[in-house]
Write a new protein. Sequence first.
Length: 185
Amino acid sequence: MNFRSESADVVLPPQSPGQKLSRGFLDSIAPSVFIFTAAQAGISQADKKYPAFRQGAAGYGRYYWHDFADQASQKLLVESFLPIVFHDDNRYYRLGRGSFVHRAGYSLSRLIVTRDDRGQNTINLPEILGTGAAAGISSAYYPQQYRNWTETGQRWLINAAFDGGVMVVREFWPEFSHTMFRIRR
């Protein structure tokens, strides 16, 4: 498993719109999404992030479905719809060489820079606009008191920060998984 990353040294053929749609859809319903959403909902409920959701099982359900809807809309926008519109490649290309700091910096730069369908570097509009649009869309289903610029901006920044973390994991996943596999032997 390479945590779905490609080598930065290769130029792959462009994905079809169907492949981009498939990737975003599958990433929005992957088993790990349900586990992550369950943990995130539990943490948010414990912190009483949205007091209007209340506590108990019904409150947890509210946290869960809001977090799941946030994740799904973001993944579909960032990985599917906007890469189709802007003709961008939605795959992560790992650098795979250099110091930890250099590689971590490279992976975080992918929040702003991506490859287009021709393999050229371009501004990552799907990430920038998609995380913002997903945060804006979420205002339609959050209670009124959470539909403001501050809450929406916080959701945008949290989504972008999470994506940056995922990109760092993708950069180092092959080495991490190899080390873990070797330890288990």
